[in-house]
Design a protein around this ligand. Structure first.
Ligand code: WT7
Length: 592
């Protein structure tokens, strides 16, 4: 493997692009072609692409040929229903083969694929289906009945619902169909139409601190980054077995759970079940997994299950473990390195960046607690912030870059890599505001050291990272205030040793309600029903009022300072490290 310095010196995105096939007859670039059909045309069709572990039964192998035929059937089924280009297709489902076929089939047919997190409740689901103008929803009868049915009349764009597990009869609605017969009736060949690399391919929703979630637009060109970063960071080789534990409802589960491994021709494990330490170790062992991509929360959950459990499994097939989504604290890193006995590589990126941007590499020494260094082809910068968290400009109106190692600023990336988002759907202003000159502002606070390693410090906004999921406080506050007992709510992330942060709400009640434990339970139940368990608050405090800024915004930072017993006057230290993180390297705070 090339060392970092050489790789960086010789890297050009244009050259990375030439590793891809492109559509036959110069018809452009399509993610699904690179991920699936190309392998079939080049004689690798019989290879296992996905080894699927259902919750209970024995694993099932899907070859590249299987994926090619299945995704073509899905594309033809869409066409049969009149969806032929630019149409939005969403999935709301667990990790089942149909989800993968729907994703790839949508891309083949020129549609835009939106994965929705199956643990979302009805509110976040309806909001995203509406914002994304989703025309086709692929889901199960249960999800449809529980989360979509009652809001169907408010979703005029939704033309068809395809049920993975059948049972459409129950709904007595000609737009609700069973997926299986629709696919069985469709041809298993589909010619992908001309695809411009700038055509929209993926729409991922990510939270904002205010207003509606942001629909992050990615185009087919993104596959250039998915392919290259998989090789460079995850070290994909042709005989590898890879396991990305992320759910496809979030960007990691698409970029590295679907596209990157398939494009690189590696065998992927897909596990339908939720986290279970013993099951995970067994899969790592029995499947002889080479490369394991997971999240710090998952590593800490494995850690909690104990090293004794780990010791009963043979994990010797592993070559590298990588993590993403939240800070990988030095203790968790040390534990994982010990148990897996391989390098554990932190990687940093976002929904907006589409692929890994900053990472540690197999060939380079790891600095515990550091996110590593920018990928070849990526330029990271640090922007100076004023006391309000705004980017400071020089006299020419250009953002001021921090040049000194150790100073804290906002992490920014020079625009122009293939998987950079191309917009926030219908929110041009918000999109423009995320740039300062040639820099894309990530919203993260960071610093770098003398050797160019980057260190995560915190967020420059109120977004909450819980179990690796980015949660907008506004969505949670809105669900709470819909309850008749609630006048106002302020939501923060309260540091948690395992999942990084738990959602905590401060609630002001109307005069008609008493702050009782029973009401607290009711409100939590209400939020869980609306939002789903991953997003709902776990703790609620009743308060008589909430602190506001002059312009009327809830001062969530102050709520957090009070919760953590920090000095309220000095809001600079608000981004607290998660418990268990070593001090020193993880110094936190905002530069002013
Ligand atoms: C935010 C992006 C990466 C895809 C899944 C999450 C945080 C991500 C790290 C890391 C510290 C990290 C950042 C970032 N984050 N990776 N290695 N160390 N923080 O995508 O939901 O868009 O979240 O996750 O705050 O901005 P996302």
């Amino acid at each position: 493997m090339e060392r970092y310095a050489e790789l960086q010196a010789g890297f050009l995105w244009e050259r990375a692009r030439t590793e891809l096939a492109g559509l036959p007859h110069g018809r452009g670039l399509n993610i699904a072609y690179e991920a699936v059909d190309r392998h079939c045309h080049e004689g690798r069709g019989a290879q296992v692409a996905i080894r699927w572990h259902p919750k209970r039964d024995d694993p099932i192998d899907l070859s590249f040929d299987d994926l090619a035929r299945g995704s073509s059937r899905f594309a033809n089924a869409l066409a049969e229903l009149g969806h032929v280009g630019g149409h939005g297709v969403a999935t709301l489902a667990g990790r089942t083969p149909e989800l993968y076929l729907a994703a790839l089939g949508t891309l083949k047919s020129g549609g835009v694929f939106t994965p929705l997190f199956a643990a979302f409740g009805p509110d976040p689901v309806a909001m995203r289906l509406d914002l994304g103008r989703i025309a086709v929803l692929v889901t199960t009868a249960n999800h449809y009945r529980r989360k979509v049915l009652s809001k169907r009349s408010e979703l005029p764009f939704l033309r068809h619902v395809l049920l993975i597990d059948g049972g459409a009869g129950e709904f007595d609605d000609p737009t609700v169909l069973d997926l299986e017969p629709a696919m069985a009736a469709a041809a298993d060949r589909f010619e992908i139409g001309p695809t411009d690399p700038e055509d929209r391919a993926l729409l991922h929703f990510t939270s904002g601190t205010t207003g509606t979630p942001k629909g992050v637009i990615h185009v087919h060109e993104a596959v250039v980054a998915h392919a290259a970063t998989g090789r460079i960071v995850l070290d994909f080789g042709p005989d590898d077995t890879f396991w990305c534990t992320a759910d496809p409802g979030w960007v990691t589960g698409t970029s590295y759970g679907i596209v990157s491994p398939l494009v690189n021709g590696v065998r992927s494990i897909v596990d339908e079940a939720e986290f279970d330490a013993e099951r995970w170790y067994r899969i790592l062992q029995d499947e002889r997994v080479d490369v394991f991509y997971t999240a710090p929360t998952a590593l800490r959950m494995l850690q909690r299950a104990g090293a004794d459990l780990a010791a009963t499994f043979d994990l010797s097939s592993l070559r590298l473990v990588a993590s993403v989504g939240e800070p990988l604290d030095p203790e968790s890193l040390a534990w994982a390195q010990d148990v897996f006995d391989v390098p554990v590589l932190d990687t940093w990126w976002q929904t907006e960046t589409g692929g890994i941007m900053i990472a540690n590499y197999l060939t380079e020494p790891v600095r515990p607690g550091s996110m590593g260094r920018p990928l070849p082809g990526i330029t990271a910068g640090l922007l100076k912030l004023d006391a309000d968290g705004a980017v400071e400009l020089d006299e020419r109106g250009e953002p001021i870059e921090i040049e000194a190692a150790g100073d804290i600023g906002e992490l920014a990336l020079e625009s122009g890599w293939p998987s950079m988002f191309r917009g926030y759907l219908d929110q041009e202003d918000r999109y423009q505001r995320s740039f300062a000159g040639r820099w894309y502002r990530t919203g993260d606070l960071a610093r770098f050291d003398e050797d160019g390693y980057w260190w995560f410090v915190g967020r420059n906004d109120d977004l909450i990272k819980s179990a690796g999921h980015l949660i907008g406080p506004f969505e949670v506050e809105s669900a709470l205030t819909e309850h008749p007992a609630v006048v106002e709510a302020g939501v923060i992330g309260k540091p948690d040793p395992t999942i990084g942060a738990v959602i905590k709400a401060f609630v002001v009640l109307t005069g008609d309600y008493e702050p009782t434990d029973e009401l607290r339970r009711k409100l939590i139940g209400h939020a869980r029903k609306r939002l789903g368990p991953a997003v709902a608050p776990r703790e609620i405090d009743f308060v008589t009022d909430l602190p506001h800024t002059r312009s009327g915004k809830i001062m969530r930072r102050l709520l957090k300072a009070r919760e953590l017993g920090l000095d309220e006057g000095d809001l600079s230290t608000l981004e607290a490290p998660i418990a268990g993180q070593s001090s020193g390297e993880e110094t936190v705070g905002r530069s002013r």
